[in-house]
Design a protein around this ligand. Structure first.
Ligand code: ZN
Length: 639
């Protein structure tokens, strides 16, 4: 925590922001309420406030803190279009999509789809947490009667679609192996790897803004990830190719592969009996993200668009209902056709026009400033940028093709924020001159450059209370003016941190055993490699042999030149030490269920040579902080 905390509360929306919202109310088709009809259609029942608690009584999910969204009219502090989406995402409970197909929505950020087959029910996606998934299953059973789970389908690799699987399949069912778990090819390879190497940075970058009309109202796709326990289950049946079919408990499914779209492994399906298409997370009621703000591999907008075009080609006209794994369904062949077509073109337009402008020489910031969606997409509610946004998605497309460098050498080696901040303040005539000019721009509603200038001052003088307060006020107005939930949350989190310092977040729990078991041993060495403090390792040379008895793997792990590398399938003749153990024992050590010395003492780990060399290597590993400064200078030196 900084010493420069203040308890200053969020403020009102400024006049320019209020005027902008009034213009938005006139520009967009608010009288079209078909989304509200669709989002509540087929409602069967729910839990009060969608409240879910853990066995220990801890609330893992509740929509109660969002009660302020009951007002149909947006307050001045929220963009009216975002307010509309936030209200739509308040629908919660179990809904009939078509007879025999049900969705639990609003009990998590994602949906669970339940499809009745000849004797049992097929569960598509299992929400983020075990607690949410259990509650969703009970809600379904209450409405439709208890029946066995015939299969679990994971549409893609993001945690909000598989984290709760153990809430759907109990131990007995799991051990019996009778219930198939069906997923797209390469599911395990991608399910955890996307978040593993850079996990600590990603976790910190995800905003924790407080909820309220002057705070977080939504994230675009839903409210937020549920708390609670997460566990990964290994699929038993991988779908390999578009056109592959499965008959599950008498019900036929046709699959379409969509790798490297919204997730690295993702698939869509069609059920002829129910005339139902499910496009997972690739055709949602918002412009999705090509690069989430927390960080990820850049997604392929061109491939994404092509999958939607292909879905239209193979299932267009056949489907009478379309549901996805976020948001609400759409009914009627014509409306389904229109939505897929518009979503296909949304991603294609963003891709093609970005590349066109790029090839004319525009940089990412210039493209973001230039590009506008065509009128036919601007007015389609599902194309609005509540989660992704055209103005940052184009930057992701630029990054995918050209990377961080805009080819102007002024941006090749600029001073870092603190050093640059000090020079800016000096060149601009000192702190007071900057604050006076920024205050004038703030009053006029010219927030963007004012934010840049005052941020330089905050980095030059982190304890300048006037600068922190003004920058917080500017971020706050930028947040209030944003239609995109992700922009709003980023700005409001920035304002909150400038006023109150970094929030105290609970420490990161150790990785669950099931998740660890999903990682290849090589990935564990890669994670260890990024923890190595290079400068501390100067001059060290350590060679360790590893032999895993349960996976029959061998490795040589080598530290030299301050880099940790490994060779698989080999043992070094002149290693400092060699360890023989089960990979599951290593997982227990990493999950902090036991320690390395304890496992040696109990005989679970055997070694030869000088085992202290492993201790020496582990002493070179950094522990990553849960929080670090973002909108202000780092208080701890990192080298
Ligand atoms: Zn999702």
């Amino acid at each position: 925590m900084t010493e420069t905390t203040s308890t200053e509360a969020p403020k009102e929306a400024s006049a320019p922001v209020v005027a902008q919202h009034a213009a938005t109310l006139k520009a967009l088709p608010f009288s079209d309420i078909s989304d509200f009809e669709d989002a509540s259609r087929g409602f069967l029942g729910t839990l009060e406030n969608a409240r879910i608690t853990s066995a220990q009584g801890r609330v893992v999910w509740s929509l109660e803190p969002y009660g302020f969204l009951s007002d149909p009219e947006a307050p001045p502090t929220v963009d009216p279009s975002l307010w509309r989406q936030s209200r739509l995402n308040m629908n919660h409970g179990i809904f009939e999509v078509v007879p025999g197909v049900y969705q639990v929505r609003g009990l998590d950020i994602a949906n669970m789809t339940l499809i009745e087959a000849d004797t049992g029910v097929i569960v598509v996606d299992t929400l983020t947490s075990i607690e949410s998934a259990r509650a969703a299953m009970e809600l379904y059973f209450k409405q439709r009667g208890r029946r066995p789970v015939a299969a679990v389908i994971f549409t893609h690799t993001h945690t909000d679609h598989w984290g709760g699987a153990r809430g759907v399949l109990d131990d007995e069912t799991l051990v019996s192996g009778k219930v198939p778990i069906i997923a797209p090819n390469l599911f395990m390879e991608h399910a955890v790897s996307e978040n593993i190497i850079a996990g600590p940075a990603m976790l910190r970058r995800a905003p924790l803004a407080r909820k309220g009309a002057r705070g977080q109202v939504d994230c675009g796709l839903g409210k937020s990830m549920a708390a609670g326990s997460v566990a990964l289950l290994r699929p038993t049946d991988l779908v390999m190719a578009t056109g592959d079919k499965r008959t599950i408990d008498g019900l036929e499914f046709e699959f379409q592969m969509a790798p490297n779209s919204e997730a690295p492994a993702e698939m869509h399906f069609f059920i002829p009996r129910h005339k139902l298409v499910n496009l997972a997370e690739n055709c949602t009621h918002n412009f999705h993200n090509l690069l989430p703000f927390r960080g990820a591999d850049v997604r392929d907008a061109l491939a994404w668009s092509k999958y939607l075009g292909e879905a239209l080609q193979i299932w267009g006209g056949k489907a009478e209902a379309m549901c996805g794994q976020h948001h609400w369904p759409v009914w009627g062949a014509d409306r389904i056709d229109t939505m897929i077509r518009q979503q296909r073109d949304l991603y294609k337009y963003a891709h093609d026009q970005t590349v066109r402008l790029m090839n004319h020489g525009l940089t990412a910031a210039e493209i973001a400033e230039t590009i506008k969606l065509p009128a036919s997409l601007e007015g389609a509610w599902h194309a609005r940028g509540y989660y992704g946004h055209i103005r940052h998605n184009v930057k992701a497309i630029y990054q995918k093709y050209l990377g961080w460098y805009d080819a102007n050498p002024v941006n090749l080696d600029p001073l870092p924020p603190v050093e640059a901040g000090k020079k800016y303040v000096e060149y601009m005539g000192g702190a007071d001159a900057i604050l006076a000019r920024a205050a004038r721009d703030f009053a006029k509603g010219e927030f963007r450059f004012a934010a840049q200038a005052v941020s330089h001052l905050v980095f030059a003088e982190a304890d300048n209370q006037g600068a922190r307060a003004l920058l917080a006020d500017i971020f706050e107005q930028l947040g209030y003016s944003a239609e995109s939930a992700t922009w709003r949350n980023a700005y409001l989190f920035g304002a909150q941190e400038l006023r109150q310092g970094m929030p105290k977040a609970p420490p990161r729990p150790p990785m669950p055993r099931e998740t660890l078991a999903a990682l290849r041993t090589g990935q564990l060495w890669d994670v260890l490699g990024v923890r190595l403090n290079g400068p501390k390792a100067e001059g060290k040379h350590i060679v360790l042999n590893w032999s895993f008895t349960d996976t029959n793997e061998t490795f040589i792990l080598t530290l030299e030149n301050c880099a940790l590398t490994y060779i698989a399938g080999a043992q070094a003749a002149a290693a400092d030490a060699g360890f023989t153990l089960a990979r599951s024992t290593l997982d227990e050590v990493i999950a902090k269920q036991t320690s390395f010395p304890e496992s040696v003492a109990s005989g679970k780990i055997k070694f030869t040579g000088n085992a202290m060399r492993l201790a020496e290597l582990m002493a070179l590993m950094d522990e990553f902080p849960r929080m670090f400064e973002i909108v202000e200078p780092k208080r701890m030196a990192v080298s």
